[in-house]
Design a binder for this molecule. Structure first.
Ligand SMILES: Cc1cc2nc3c(=O)[nH]c(=O)nc-3n(C[C@H](O)[C@H](O)[C@H](O)COP(=O)(O)OP(=O)(O)OC[C@H]3O[C@@H](n4cnc5c(N)ncnc54)[C@H](O)[C@@H]3O)c2cc1C
Length: 426
């Protein structure tokens, strides 16, 4: 007999449960908890603002004039407003408003789309030619045909501070969060009115080897469930295994010889396309090194979470050293530290944010290395979908149905809706 067929005891029944209190989960919890009279439960396999998720690593880029396509503009601008609200509520600084500079060959797709997004939405940008770049941003190696686009509303987010702040706000408004508790299964059952059963392992941890409880299981129930499990999405919702895959992204920190030139008052957040190479990063936040995140070979999605390899070969690290020194001639060609973090991805990098199982289960996953900037807006969509079944911020391309249709069109070699607008972001 499956757990949902028993009548849930009132103490164990909540209005909304959020599975995974990382980036999207903390933002969803914060916004749900602000609704009066709603019982809200968060369930997180690790502790608050832990070091295992997609949000770890000191900084994330925020861009308003985004290069991924016009479908993201409303979410980007809503998120910017919500970041400010979270800062005001928590009294903590989350977004360093330092701008983001894209540098690449004149006519590069990403720069053209940034200009188009800014023009269509009246967003402030500056366009720089190679002479401007060399004069104003001598940190970069600049080719004669390079140009730059400075997104004046962009900046660098403090991800750990953001997640911790949203969780504190959620708890302050009455949300309960169970930490070190892993959801082993959810059972929506077939009745559209039944609460969803959630099977908890109170030992916590992603793998059975992390568990200290010896696998004690307990079932709680929720009228609506939001799954914000990041790279673990398909473990909680195996039915999305074909759409949402785990992937690793790598961060490297380099030491410039003149770190003052890499301070936030001299260097904005940045993205660089140079030949075949692409990297992004933020200025020095620790006073001695600055972050550079390159696209590196072997960065494909994995079929399962356990197949992720968190290590790098010496040759991969040396290659990144070469990229760093090529893009920034004043840095030592050896990363001073590096780390790898799991995110979830979809085939065309568009997130999956949708309500499934008769609207009783909402999923926000497949953030594809690009979710942080939008997190409070995506949390708003997830909260709206759980509460009302719709959200004005949701894009039709985010739905499971649309993802499956695009996958089928790709498999058939046909025209795929929106394919021309979508570029990998961060
Ligand atoms: C290295 C790196 C750099 C990036 N740079 C940028 C950037 O510059 N700008 C940008 O906008 N985006 C960036 N991103 C993307 C962005 O950080 C992610 O898309 C976003 O953080 C994903 O959030 P998430 O909530 O899906 O996953 P997470 O933040 O990982 O949250 C998932 C949570 O669910 C919990 N969980 C999972 N399974 C269970 C379970 N069964 N039971 C209980 N809890 C569970 C996990 O422990 C975790 O806390 C980057 C990502 C990485 C990895």
């Amino acid at each position: 007999m499956s757990a949902h067929t028993t009548t849930p005891p009132t103490d164990d029944l909540v209005d909304v449960a959020v599975i995974g209190a990382g980036t999207m989960g903390s933002m969803t919890l914060w916004q749900l908890a602000e609704q009066p009279g709603l019982s809200v439960l968060g369930i997180e396999q690790y502790g608050p603002a832990h070091s295992y998720g997609a949000f770890t690593g000191e900084s994330r880029l925020y861009r308003a004039a985004n290069k991924e396509g016009l479908i993201y503009t409303e979410a980007a601008l809503t998120a910017r407003r919500l970041w400010a609200e979270l800062e005001a509520a928590s009294g903590r600084r989350i977004l360093e408003r330092i701008g983001v500079l894209g540098v690449g060959p004149t006519g590069h797709d990403a720069l053209e789309m940034t200009i188009r997004t800014a023009t269509d939405n009246n967003l402030p940008i500056r366009v720089l030619d190679a002479t401007d770049l060399r004069r104003e941003y001598p940190q970069f190696h600049v080719e004669d045909d390079d140009m730059g686009v400075l997104d004046l509303l962009g900046g660098g987010l403090r991800p750990e501070v953001a997640v911790a702040s949203a969780l504190h706000e959620a708890q302050k408004h009455g949300a309960r969060v169970l930490f070190d508790t892993t959801v082993r299964a959810i059972e929506p059952g077939s009745s559209p009115d039944a609460p969803v059963a959630i099977v908890l392992d109170e030992g916590g941890g992603a793998r059975s080897s992390d568990t200290s409880s010896g696998g004690e299981l307990r079932t709680v129930y929720a009228r609506k469930v939001v799954v914000t499990a990041g790279s673990w999405t398909a473990q909680v919702l195996p039915e999305l295994n074909d759409l949402v895959k785990p992937i690793l992204f790598s961060l490297f920190w380099f030491m410039p010889r003149n770190v003052d030139a890499f301070a936030p008052d001299r260097l904005p957040g940045w993205m660089r396309d140079l030949g075949e190479r692409h990297a992004f990063g933020v200025p020095s936040l620790d006073g001695y090194s600055f972050k550079l995140a390159p696209s590196i070979a072997g960065n494909e999605p994995a079929e399962t979470w356990d197949a992720l390899d968190f290590d790098l070969t010496r040759e991969q690290v040396r290659e990144v050293g070469r990229i760093g020194a090529l893009m920034f001639p004043d840095v030592d060609p050896e990363p001073v530290r590096w780390s790898r973090h799991p995110d979830s991805t979809t085939a065309d990098h568009v997130p999956v944010i949708d309500a499934i199982h008769d609207g009783r289960v909402v999923v926000a996953g497949g953030m594809s290395g690009n979710g942080f900037k939008f997190a409070p807006a995506y949390g708003r969509i997830a909260a709206d979908l759980a509460l009302t079944g719709t959200s004005t911020l949701q894009q039709s391309m985010f739905t499971v149905e649309s993802h499956r249709a695009r996958a089928a069109a790709r498999a058939a070699g046909g025209t795929v809706d929106g394919a021309d607008l979508i570029l990998q972001g961060h």
